[in-house]
Every structure is written in C-alpha cells, then in structure tokens.
Design a protein around this ligand. Structure first.
Ligand code: FPP
Length: 211
C-alpha cells in the first residue's frame, strides 16, 4: 500500500493523514476483492523495516491500528471473512495485541474468504522463523507448513502502488510465480476500477510456472 505519505504531502497534510486515507482504501479494495470472489487477499500494512521510520510516524501508525482494528474486524465478520495476521505482533503493546487477537478470534471460523494483514512482517524474518520450526519438526513437514500463510495457496497477483518496482521483503517464498503489477497511483487513490483493470490484464497473461 505504497504512496500514503506522498498522497498527503501533495495536499500539505501530515503523512499520518495519508495512512488514515490508506485504511479507507484498504477497506474499499477488500470489498472490491470480495465482490470479485477473491478467496485470499493480503495487505502489507507494517513491515519489519517500517519500525525504523521516525518514532512519530510509527506511533501514528500504531494508534491508527488501535483506533481502526475493531471496526475492521467487525466489517470482516459481517462479510463472513476470516482475519489472519501475518508477522510478529509481539512488537506492539499489549493493548494493540489484544485488539488484534480479539478480531482474529471472532472471525476464526468464518468461511467466506481470508483477509491477511501483514503487521511487523518481513519475508526474511518469516523464512528464518519457518526454518527454525522446520528444523525442530518431525521430518514429515514442508518448509511452507511453517510460513505465516501455511495452508493458503500462493498469490496469483501482486499489486504494488506508488510507482516503486520492488518487493520490499514481501512474501519472498510465496511470490515465486506470482504475476506482478505495478501502478503509479498513490495507495489512497487506488480504485476498484483500477483493480478490475489489473484483474482483466491478469487473465490475458499466460502462466507457465516454468514448464
Ligand atoms: C506505505 O506508504 C504505507 C505504509 C508504510 C503504511 C500502510 C499502513 C496503513 C494503510 C494503515 C494500517 C492500519 C491498520 C488499521 C492495519 P508510504 O508511507 O511509504 O508512502 P510514501 O512512499 O509516499 O512515503
């Protein structure tokens, strides 16, 4: 969800206002994915590296989580969607952890789709954690059984907004054969129409998976 900061700067607003608008866009696009019957959708909200941003911005992001997570999980619940967190949320204070865990708990058995949100997530961290768990497992398991996304299919589509063309430590294992799309749109402006165009474009691509 790249471009929140620049979206705000362009309007002479604080960066955190951009993140606030980013949450609205996230909900809008989650709804649009639901309409398209996308069974798994993932949003990269806070990376392991985002912790190194200025402390005011990090605090602002954490308080946005505090203020918005209950509403987010209630909306998912109303749409029969399971909330799944990928990343190590022990980094956040107990208040935020509790709000997140309550949302995960109340949507645990919902069957209409999965909404992954990456919080203090990094692909390298995920792989190191998985390797450690794999090393201590009984030998019948696969490395992917220990990823945060265990049991989920690999993504078909990755969309990065804000004009950057890199993965920035996102799902390094899972994206091996994912179709990549890069948009110059700042995340708060990313629309359902642009999502639909990307999905149309996706269906035109030939996927060979190396075969
Ligand atoms: C990247 O834009 C965006 C982020 C680092 C944060 C995204 C987070 C949210 C949308 C809010 C998450 C909140 C909840 C409730 C889960 P950027 O700041 O790097 O933008 P820039 O590249 O224009 O500076």
């Amino acid at each position: 969800m790249d471009g929140n900061g620049r979206w705000a700067l362009k309007r002479h607003l604080p960066r955190n206002t951009g993140h606030k608008e980013g949450i609205k866009a996230m909900m809008r696009i989650a709804d649009a994915c639901h309409k398209l019957s996308v069974p798994y959708v993932s949003f990269y909200a806070f990376s392991t590296e985002n912790k190194n941003r200025p402390s005011g911005e990090v605090k602002g992001l954490v308080s946005l989580m505090e203020d918005n997570f209950s509403r987010l999980s209630s909306e998912l619940e109303a749409n029969n969607i399971r909330l799944n967190v990928i990343g190590d949320i022990t980094y956040f204070g107990s208040k935020v952890q509790k709000i997140i865990e309550t949302g995960v708990e109340k949507t645990r058995y919902l069957t209409g789709g999965v909404f992954n949100i990456a919080l203090n997530y990094g692909g390298r961290d995920e792989l190191c954690r998985a390797a450690e768990l794999y090393k201590n497992s009984d030998g019948n398991a696969k490395l992917s059984d220990f990823l945060y996304t265990a049991g989920q299919p690999d993504p078909d589509i990755l969309i990065r907004t804000g004009g950057e063309k890199r993965l920035s430590n996102f799902m390094l294992y899972q994206l091996a054969y994912t179709e990549l799309f890069f948009s110059d749109t700042y995340w708060p402006d990313f629309s359902e129409a642009e999502l639909n165009d990307i999905v149309d474009e996706y269906y035109k691509r030939e996927r060979r998976f190396g075969k």
